[in-house]
Design a protein around this ligand. Sequence first.
Ligand code: HEC
Length: 217
Amino acid sequence: MKIITPAAALGAAILLAGCATPASAPKPDYDAMLASMLHASFRDQGIAKAQRLQQDAANAACSKAMGAALPEAQAQALREAAAKSVRWPADGKFLGDWRAGEKLAQNGRGMTWSDKSAAPDANGGNCYNCHQITPGEISFGTIGPSLLHYGRQRGVSDPDSPTSRAIVEFTWTKLYNSRAFSACSEMPRFGHAGVLDEAQLKNLMALLLDPKSPVNQ
Ligand code: HEC
């Protein structure tokens, strides 16, 4: 550890005082400066549109808070708005094919200017970038919690049974719009943002909740 001597501290204080901005100078509007820099550097290219720079209410509030907790009333309002955005599967079936879900979880492609199609089915879920999921995958990120044994740990032996309903609905909601539970969640809002479609979400649900999925072995 570097020891700061009183003399060095005094020197630093004098230096700081010398550079300090006079109190009367107007404070620069850093948010506006950043916004104009972003708008000057980004343009529409291919399927990637500069429109993506527009923040919605939740993005704006969470960026402004810079990692600090939002006031509870504001956080609750954002969670409620996120929960309202969630659409249940049209046919009432929440689980698809876990094999297709595993491929999606591994696939981090989509939404860049060089991708040909903007359709959700051209996108991957990129889940391993933040989560451990199956034991077979040796490379994964840790921004999110491990999802290994996700269904088994939560006692889901039959995802269609009424006792599993709460876990099934929680998981669908989390995938559809993660902000429904955590106002400033770092997890992409896969359904709400149109990153993945309903069939893809069902396949990811099966990966996490189907007792036959490698996640639950
Ligand atoms: C950029 C990082 C990131 C990506 C990508 C991501 N997640 Fe998450 N996920 C998180 C974080 C962080 C949490 C913890 C809760 C929160 O902050 O929202 C989480 C929580 C979860 C939960 C809830 C876990 C629990 O026990 O409450 C599930 C389920 C989940 N993620 C599934 C997925 C799936 C499936 C994918 C891929 C389609 C995915 N996540 C992609 C960051 C991510």
